[in-house]
Ligand binder design. Structure first.
Ligand code: NDP
Length: 373
């Protein structure tokens, strides 16, 4: 298989990239695991995705994304990517079921997963109370807990931010943390400590989430790891805020990442450190992590890939712009460094410079990709 655009991941980022790339007639291939649609498929009601005034169920929203991508000719492959070679173009992607795929451009939209405690009652319904009072996203689900007592598990910045945000809705927010000190930054700690609606329970692990499909969450079973006592604590919501893990392990060693594994992108584009590889959505965003922001960056990644395949320059993190032919345009736009090291002036076409014709040819020539029929 040889494709102009290969997209890894089928959440809002990957499928938006697919819609844009497919409409640009780049015939994208989306590779996704057995749970297509990403994190939204394990949520229930989505009320903050623009365009759905009455809200929409997460799985239904993702089905719409997929149908829209298919409508323009996106192909799907259901398998895991287990190895990549990004040393040269076309890039090579190997999958668990034995495919070897060549990609002129690669869009990494593999998302992130909320970390879970792994305790009884936490799994998504119908196996547990996930979606019935258990959540890992206050922005998504806080609204459903108006006037209800809830707990937030964790002691980092996410837990403090979620706890503070949830006081808008909840009658009481109790932070349950496994140590007697928070990991969160001082400013976030102070905000939480000063908030009269937030309490803390220290040195405590949550061992079980209690309730039933009929009642939703009714409480949690707590274990004090100093006194070794177990108690039940009544609440109607549990927000697990113990961090996220981007699904980027397979790209380690190739793509620049932060210490947690979020892929670094240019800032002015979705370019990674490897020209022709773009990243979008939660695989590169540790901060906003919303479906709509993921979709936005998916669109950007696809447009970047289109430009790249058209031999147009794409900005990278150094401030330079690069093309598929290997030219590098300096951050001040004054010079082009050719693949063989020759430096030429980057002047507008017709500026009278002897090099101008050459420059125009370099930057705007259509790149011809040889693909098997
Ligand atoms: P962190 O890894 O910083 O914190 C995770 C918290 O969860 C820690 O307190 C940890 O406990 C606890 N925890 C982890 N595993 C378990 C477990 N199995 N059982 C119980 N508790 C557990 O993750 P965050 O998501 O909070 O933050 C990630 C990064 O994002 C950080 O760099 C943070 O600064 C940043 N961030 C910044 C924000 C902002 O500036 N507005 C907002 C949100 C995040 P322990 O402390 O004992 O290890």
């Amino acid at each position: 298989m040889h494709r102009e655009v290969v997209i890894v991941g089928s959440g809002p980022a990957g499928l938006t990239a697919a819609i844009y790339a497919a409409r640009a007639e780049l015939h994208p291939l989306v590779i996704h695991g057995p749970q297509p649609g990403g994190q939204l498929t394990i949520t229930t009601e989505v009320e903050n995705y623009p365009g759905f005034a009455k809200g929409i169920q997460g799985p239904e929203l993702m089905q719409q994304f997929e149908d829209q991508a298919k409508r323009f000719g996106t192909e799907f492959l259901v398998t895991f990517v287990n190895k990549v070679d990004l040393s040269r173009r076309p890039f090579t992607v190997w999958t668990e079921d034995g495919h070897e795929i060549k990609a002129e451009t690669l869009i990494v939209a593999s998302g992130a997963s909320a970390k879970w405690l792994g305790i009884p009652g936490e799994a998504p319904a119908p196996h547990g109370l996930g979606g019935l009072g258990v959540s890992a996203c206050a922005t998504c689900d806080g609204f459903f807990f108006k006037g209800k007592p809830i707990i937030v598990v964790g002691g980092g910045d996410t837990a403090m931010e979620e706890a503070t945000f949830l006081t808008r809705y909840a009658s009481r927010v109790t932070v349950v943390h496994r140590r007697d000190q928070l990991r969160a930054s001082k400013i976030m700690q102070d905000k939480a400590f000063k908030n009269p609606k937030i309490d803390f329970i220290w040195n405590t692990d949550v061992r079980e989430i209690l309730g039933s499909p009929e009642t939703g969450v009714t409480g949690v079973r707590l274990y004090d790891n100093k006194t070794e006592e177990e108690t039940e604590f009544p609440c109607e919501g549990v927000f697990v805020a113990i961090g996220h893990k981007p699904n980027t392990d397979v790209f380690k060693g190739w793509l620049d990442m932060d210490e947690v594994g979020y892929i670094k992108t240019a800032g002015v584009s979705m370019a990674t450190n490897i020209p022709g590889v773009f990243a979008c959505g939660d695989a590169q965003d540790s901060f906003y992590r919303q479906a709509v922001t993921a979709a936005g960056t998916g669109c950007m990644a696809a447009i970047d890939a289109e430009r790249w395949l058209d031999s147009l320059p794409v900005p990278v993190a150094t401030g330079e712009e690069v093309t598929i032919e290997g030219e590098v345009i300096t951050p001040d736009h004054k010079k082009i460094i050719m693949p063989d090291g020759e430096v030429i002036q980057n002047k507008p076409d017709g500026a009278g410079d002897a090099d101008s014709g050459k420059q125009a040819e370099v930057v705007y020539a259509r790149h011809e990709t040889e693909l098997p029929s």
